[in-house]
Design a protein around this ligand. Structure first.
Ligand SMILES: [Zn+2]
Length: 483
């Protein structure tokens, strides 16, 4: 294996032991030796910060990656190479395109092991999801508007129209059907209501046919009860994540006419929830279908649903196509539950690793802050000395220059530290995914998985058991390929 060593030290780190170029080099050389690899070249940016990729040696390294001069890049720590998720993502893509691996000698960030690849995949996914979620501030603004009772700019709800002054005015011909929908939902499903409206020749807002989801959209809209809701319904690409954390407020337009009572709206919401949990969710969405690879034969695992006992919840499972379709494999099928367990366990593992990394951090920050304080005190002192006539103007200016220089150095160290890929952030993301996973619907899970992974190779360690006390299979995730 041909290795490239990348090392970097910023000006203010040059004095710090452990970060010095010779220390990084020494550590990496012995690491590479232990792996039985050999060094192709050193790429050393001495006196550069990693706030972007504008560094001569990293640029040369990137060129050499494209020229296929080595197989693996080794760094002492990830933050030697990049300090932002976006740059990391960019580099990882370059590595991947050119089949170059990446290894941090002291951390889990690497692409040479399955776990490392999994982790990096998540980082990449996070970078992308984050980019799409930049609208946070905009959303915050919306929340404030809602709290003040102003309806954020949105299309008119069925049953109302906007007046020229931008106020909502009831449309009686539509409002009666809104009332009909809410009343009917007490005993009927959304789909049934849609069919009934269509049979009566009632058109929806777009002068089109009703369907289940347009009915549910109405049932879900609190404006009909004179309320506004801002929920944290984030959209990450096509992935929608829901939770119960929302703000509800009175719609404060003077003379506004609600169509239903707040009680009816609340009742409807609990009905929706109740039915959603009982509803057999769409069977066409299997989050891991075709992504799972069989460790025995390499074929895909495909999802399916069966009703094992009438009245029971349908049993969702994945089975190896090598076995089911081609009869060339013996690998066991397993329940979706087993797959979820294995997946969440991997997330937990990553979280554990993050805690280890985080343990060594942050102390530095406090030190720097203290040094900064000390310099400010020194500055004050110099000023006093000058005013008292104890030092000359020239000496005073010299001292001030010196202190200001030191101060700037420390300040930029703080700035840089703030740009570091924060393990806290990554952790938050993983925790979030872990918490939300079971509440996400199949479709959202599927999009999350299928947009992140190309394959997940699974080995069945222990078959699941059916019967009175069924136990899900025990699975081992032995490899990942990201998309
Ligand atoms: Zn198989």
């Amino acid at each position: 294996m041909r290795c490239a060593i990348y090392a970097r030290v910023s000006t203010d780190e040059q004095a710090t032991e452990g970060f010095s170029i010779p220390a990084q080099k020494e550590r990496l050389e012995s690491f590479i030796k232990s792996q039985g690899w050999h060094i192709h070249d050193f790429y050393i940016d001495d006196g550069y910060s990693a706030k972007n990729l504008e560094r001569p040696q990293i640029k040369r390294m990137m060129k050499d990656i494209e020229a296929n001069k080595f197989d693996v890049v080794v760094v002492y720590k990830l933050d030697r190479m990049v300090r932002s998720v976006a740059d990391l993502h960019k580099l990882l893509k370059l590595f991947e395109r050119n089949k170059v691996m990446f290894k941090s000698a002291t951390e889990m960030f690497d692409t040479t092991s399955a776990m490392g690849r999994f982790f990096i995949t998540l980082v990449g996914a996070m970078a992308e999801w984050e980019r799409e979620n930049i609208g946070e501030r905009v959303k915050f603004g919306t929340q404030q508007m809602v709290e003040q009772g102003i309806r954020p700019g949105s299309p008119r709800p069925y049953g109302y129209e906007y007046t020229e002054g931008g106020e909502l005015k009831i449309v009686e011909d539509e409002a009666k059907w809104v009332k009909f929908i809410f009343d009917k939902y007490a005993t009927n499903g959304a789909q049934t209501i849609a069919i009934e409206l269509n049979q009566m020749g009632i058109k929806n807002k777009k002068n089109d046919l009703w369907h289940g989801s347009s009915i549910r959209y109405i049932l879900d809209n609190p404006i009909y009860a004179g309320l506004l809701r801002w929920d944290y319904r984030r959209r990450s690409g096509d992935v929608r994540i829901f939770n119960d954390d929302f703000t509800i407020a009175e719609f404060k337009q003077e003379g506004f006419q609600p169509i239903i009572t707040k009680e009816q709206f609340e009742l409807t919401q609990s009905l929706i929830k109740e039915r959603a949990t009982n509803r057999i969710r769409s069977t066409t969405h299997y989050p891991f279908s075709t992504i799972i690879r069989c460790s025995e034969c390499g074929h895909k695992y495909v999802g399916r649903t069966e009703i094992r006992q009438p009245g029971n919840r349908p049993y969702r499972s994945y089975s190896c196509q090598g076995r089911k379709k081609y009869g060339v494999c013996n690998a066991a099928s397993f329940s979706e539950e087993a797959m979820n367990e294995a997946f969440l366990k991997s997330l937990e593992y990553s979280l554990g690793q993050l805690d280890e990394i985080a343990a060594g951090h942050d102390i530095n920050h406090i030190d720097v802050e203290n040094s900064l304080l000390k310099i400010q005190n020194k500055k004050e002192r110099a000023k006093e000395l000058y005013i008292e006539g104890d030092i000359s103007k020239k000496r005073y200016q010299e001292l001030m220059n010196e202190y200001t220089k030191e101060e700037n150095k420390l300040q930029s160290a703080i700035d840089e530290a703030e740009e570091v890929i924060s393990t806290e952030e990554i952790k938050k993301f993983l925790l979030h995914l872990k918490d939300e996973w079971k509440d996400m619907d199949y479709e959202a899970q599927k999009k999350a998985i299928q947009s992140t992974f190309e394959t997940i190779t699974i080995k069945v360690i222990k078959k699941g058991t059916a019967g009175k006390n069924p136990k899900p299979a025990v699975l081992d995730i032995i490899d990942y390929q990201k998309r």
